[in-house]
Write a protein that binds this ligand. Structure first.
Ligand code: GRF
Length: 217
């Protein structure tokens, strides 16, 4: 069966890109990375892509006068290699509604919170400041509004009483690395449907557990 041809768009470290590279390397994985694009020339993730033998391109937003020009360059690279799905992985440019609409339902993102809570940046600092007991990560379809769109998959992560931003970020990031390849697999297997902006997953199994934090004595 033909594998879903994906692009991964990054701006920095690229640890989620690495998780997708590793996921796609598992036998029978239903997706393949056709292209990695960074909008910054010094993104560490570019090296990860090259090391794994993937085509990696820089489409520098600074080389374009406006967002439309930048996105036209993105489109050109994406269509040239027949990309069917875009995975944003720490991609730090806001995309225009025009681009998002063109790629509607073929554009996904990972965000380090349980959306719709804690949209935007500095999620872990805000979680700690609010004193909530759980946070997590979300893989979702992208819509024009930032950090908004049909949820595909989430992971919940407990907040520990001695957490600081770094320790919480590390726990959430480990969950992200499990979630992103899993969400991609669901899409590539054709199990994900969007109806009225709600995702349903064919054959979805959910955990039958209540997580309590702090744990009962
Ligand atoms: C991740 O926390 C992701 O959820 C957010 O940006 C971060 C990217 O990290 N959108 P990395 O570049 O994948 O390591």
């Amino acid at each position: 069966m033909a594998r879903l041809n994906i692009a991964v768009l990054i701006s920095g470290r690229g640890s989620n890109l690495q998780a997708l590279i590793d996921g796609c390397a598992t036998p029978d994985f239903p997706a393949q990375i056709g292209l990695v694009i960074s909008n910054t020339p010094d993104a560490a993730g570019l090296e990860r892509a090259r090391k794994a033998g993937f085509a990696a391109e820089i489409v520098n937003h600074r080389d374009h006068a406006g967002r439309e020009g930048f996105e036209a360059a993105l489109d050109k690279s994406l269509t040239r290699v027949g990309i069917e799905l875009i995975c944003l992985a720490g991609f730090m440019r806001l995309l225009t509604p025009g681009f998002v609409d063109r790629w509607a339902d073929r554009l996904i993102n990972i965000h380090p919170s349980l959306l719709p809570a804690y949209k935007g940046l500095d999620t872990h600092a805000r979680v700690l400041a609010d004193g909530v007991r759980f946070t997590g990560c979300t893989v979702h379809f992208v819509r024009a509004e930032m950090d908004h769109g049909p949820v595909i998959l989430q992971a919940a992560v407990p907040v520990h009483c001695d957490d600081d931003e770094a320790s919480l970020a590390a726990r959430v990031l480990a969950a992200e690395h499990r979630c992103y390849p899993r969400a991609l697999r669901l899409i590539a297997d054709g199990r994900v449907e969007i109806t009225d902006e709600i995702v349903t997953i064919k054959g979805m199994q959910s955990p039958d557990a209540v997580l309590v934090n702090p744990q009962p004595d």
